[in-house]
Write a new protein. Sequence first.
Length: 277
Amino acid sequence: MNKLATVFTLLICGATFLFAQDIIVLKNGLEIKGKVLEITPTTIEYKKFDDPDGPTMLVPKSDVSMVKYHDGTRDLLEGKSSSSKRKWRSTERSDERSVDSRPNRIGFYVDPLGFLEFGPMIGTEITIKSRFLIDASLRFFPLGALSYVTEADADDGSPNRIAGLGISGAAKYFHPLRGGGFFVGGALEYSWWTSYYAQDKPAKWQKDEAVIMPLATVGYKFRFRSGFFITTGAYLGIEIPLVDQWYFTSIGDNTIHLNEKTLQPAGMFEVSFGYEF
């Protein structure tokens, strides 16, 4: 768990350095902060630093004196200005109207890290107006390694098998940066599962559980121009038991026992991979 936390922290901190800004210096002294995408014979294409998911902007190359890149290198550009400041701004506004900024998206993802925790997840995520993320997912509790660890019994050890499923929904606020952005929000998950013990013995038993988990979430989403994305994050909250009972079966004895319902802390890390349209 500590190793996962370290990896997550390094990913978040590294994003700050990975997405440093370029600066386009105009001949009139103005500076444009953004991400330079391409320099053509006549124009410079870039994304605004404060709107990385917005439209691709254009500035006439003849209006630019120098480009300062985030790695410290510089390009000195030559040529006389063939357009005024007013003409450049007109071109920028026209380009905003013609380029699709994709403020609304839908994506699908899978979280394989769940195989090491409480089950892998598959889900869909909808981006609304570039700032809000709506998420719905399924978690396969029986496929998680920690599921068997947490359900281990003092006498019979780990269960022979587990059957169950989790359904969750989340709402997040997304702060876009170059190449991705940070998010923070909340999630609600309903999970139910049955653990089977000592199935090869005359006296066998099973435990039925159902919980609801309100969770807070925070993380970073890396977006690529191809539509591929990687989400790294963490969930933390509480586990509220709804059902907690076990059944004991042996020769001439079938009993049902109810356990005391107590709140438990809940949490997990996320590293998911997906594609959005």
